[in-house]
Design a binder for this molecule. Sequence first.
Ligand SMILES: Cc1cc2nc3c(=O)[nH]c(=O)nc-3n(C[C@H](O)[C@H](O)[C@H](O)COP(=O)(O)O)c2cc1C
Length: 199
Amino acid sequence: MTTTVAIAYASGYGHTARQARAVATGAASVEGVHADLHDIQVLDDALWQALAEADAIIFGTPTYMGSQSAAFQTFAEASVKVWSQMGWRDKIGAAFTNSAGVNGDKLNTLTSLAVFAAQHGMHWVSLGLPPGWLYTSDGTPQDLNRLGGFLGAMAQSPSDLGPDAAPSDSDLRTAEHLGRRVAQTAVRFALGRRLQAVA
Ligand SMILES: Cc1cc2nc3c(=O)[nH]c(=O)nc-3n(C[C@H](O)[C@H](O)[C@H](O)COP(=O)(O)O)c2cc1C
């Protein structure tokens, strides 16, 4: 049986889209997992159908003015129809964000997305990595999780670099890690459900 991980993301200028592709690469590296990228700026029936059928949804947005972008918030508010039927309850949820500042208030965005997933009754998956880089004096910017997030995957894109040059390799590997971890968790959940069904 195939386990499906949907990556539901917004991106204004392509940087978060690049991070989303890395998340998808990580998820698809897990045996038996199909990863699907969905640009949530297109709010059509195909999007809602795909998200309804997914085992896990990983939400992604750039951090704009310290929180999710307006495009992501439009998607979040449109999901109230799904919420009214608890359509995503017990799916796996996780998130990633990208911004120009090293800090840039990315944690506020991830916190907001965790609350969004909780409103939908989803099970949250954290990043599951120790902090890299400046956490110890021998760290380097090439470390996995160089930005030291826990709630989800963070990436940083200098505002004068295009999406061909940013986020950094470290941040893209961190995004891949999140995708892989969510996919592994989704497979375990799917297996557990099947075992429960025959017990
Ligand atoms: C309207 C707007 C607000 C922004 N607010 C922030 C912010 O609060 N913190 C930050 O670090 N960067 C901020 N940025 C920079 C973006 O997060 C950054 O350029 C990011 O790479 C854009 O991702 P995207 O190409 O996926 O849209 C902002 C950019 C825009 C256009």
